[in-house]
Write a protein that binds this ligand. Structure first.
Ligand SMILES: Cc1ncc(COP(=O)(O)O)c(C=O)c1O
Length: 431
């Protein structure tokens, strides 16, 4: 790629002045150079359906060429630049751990916090670097001061670790959990909003909202609920495990007081990486899960007293952010939306196949579920794997019973065609 087209690409990205991330990412890497060239030459709308471009993205990963992974909702693979960085930083750490980890790599934490904050659209003073969503959200759930009888509104469709954390507080401290159950899928925003807000009473102190529900990809109108909660003096906790770096938004725009996410899901960062966001005026009153010298400090770093952990994993989050910027959040979201529409629109035409996620981009993005009539959910995903080597996941949780399909940026329409043809054969064999 010549300097002029690289510069042009950066202008489009609005990233001139921060050239270093690209030179760092593409140094001696032909694959990355081709992706950057393609981005410089085509518009976003052209790229969404440009399979050659997405093949190049696929080649930047090391995913199996024989097992088609449509369970990126669980955890994502890392691009090779991220894998290489983890290995490099780990090797460096092993040369003299106390020196390279604590004096060299640790120096990267504040620049990384700033980089994450830019991506999250907030101040670095609001972000703590965590190992996953569970750790971030349990800092919140166990850190809020509540009295016996105080009520927390949450949903049966929230994530089990978070449900268990709230149940532990109920068991130990006598707080009261007010359960709602969402009838999904839905495109009725008012229904979702009312499901939460009608459960508010004058004893409600917290509402726990899963922004993008992992079981079926439903997007919840989190901002509206959080605004209503604030007007009643209720704190909102947002589980952003599945929405961060998947759909585009700035964390503060969700209007929550507290937010947690994993970075090893949609950011494709190293396994065991996440972040915690706390609104500035709520930091001092939130107690850290791992004790700090001053537990009521208003410094977000009080949540990072984790003891010795992998600095290689933490620092390689930086390469994952660069990779994300290289594709661009907006293009990524459009491509993921396109892939969902691609397979859902083909499958929904088949007799006996139903789609269990709203196709409207306002209510879902990459994650969608389907079901074949007269077939157990588990049997569908088992047959897809054993006969066709397509890896999906069967979801049987509360009132949700369907197969979840989650492509990622390295998924091509050719991969989806293999999956679609497999379902066609399964349906044909049932009739
Ligand atoms: C909605 C939601 N919250 C929290 C988590 C926990 O994420 P982690 O395992 O990275 O802690 C998940 C994991 O899938 C999830 O889907």
């Amino acid at each position: 790629m010549n300097i002029a087209s690289r510069r042009n690409f950066l202008v489009k990205l609005g990233a001139v002045g921060s050239l270093s991330f690209l030179s760092n990412l593409s140094r001696g890497n032909n694959q990355i150079d081709s992706i950057i060239s393609a981005k410089a030459e085509k518009s976003e709308d052209e790229l969404v359906t440009d399979e050659t471009f997405w093949y190049q993205i696929k080649m930047a990963f090391s995913v199996s060429p024989t097992l088609i992974n449509l369970n990126n909702g669980g955890v994502s693979p890392q691009p090779k630049v991220v894998q290489d960085a983890v290995e490099r930083y780990n090797k460096l750490s092993n040369e003299t751990p106390s020196f390279y980890m604590w004096r060299t790599l640790d120096d990267g934490r504040e620049p990384l916090r700033r980089k994450l904050a830019e991506l999250a659209g907030c101040s670095p003073d609001n972000l703590a670097i965590m190992r996953n969503s569970s750790e971030a959200l349990e800092n919140i759930i166990f850190g809020i001061t509540l009295q016996r009888g105080d009520e927390v509104v949450l949903s049966k469709q929230d994530y089990p670790n978070m449900i268990n954390a709230w149940k532990q507080r109920e068991h130990r401290e006598g707080i009261v959990l007010k359960w709602i159950s969402l009838d999904l899928p839905t495109t009725d925003e008012d229904y979702l909003y009312r499901s939460y807000t009608q459960a508010f009473t004058n004893k409600t102190k917290v509402v726990h909202i899963t922004h993008l529900i992992n079981w079926c990809g439903q997007i919840v109108p989190t901002q509206k609920i959080a605004i209503e909660a604030r007007s009643k003096g209720i704190l909102s906790v947002i589980d952003g495990a599945h929405s961060f770096a998947h759909i585009e938004y700035n964390i503060p725009d969700l209007e929550g007081d507290f937010y947690g996410t994993s970075l090893h899901k949609w950011l494709c960062a190293p396994f065991g990486s996440g972040l915690l966001y706390v609104k500035k005026d709520k930091i001092s009153s939130l107690y850290p899960l791992m004790a700090a010298g001053d537990p009521v400090s208003s410094d977000i770093r009080k949540f990072e007293n984790l003891g010795t952990r992998s600095f290689a994993i933490e620092q390689a989050i930086g390469q994952a952010i660069d990779f994300h910027y290289m594709i661009g959040g907006s293009l990524k979201q459009k491509r993921l939306e396109y892939l969902k529409q691609y397979w859902c629109n083909k499958l929904k035409k088949l007799n006996g196949v139903s789609i269990h996620t709203p196709l409207d981009p306002k209510f879902s993005c990459a994650i969608a579920n389907f079901k074949i009539a007269n077939m157990e959910t588990h049997a569908i995903s088992s047959e897809l794997l054993s006969k066709y080597k397509v890896h999906t996941v069967s979801i049987v949780w509360d009132n949700i019973d369907s197969v979840r399909v989650t492509p990622n940026v390295y998924t091509t329409t050719r991969d989806l065609d293999v999956f679609i043809q497999a379902v066609e054969k399964m349906v044909a064999s049932k009739s």
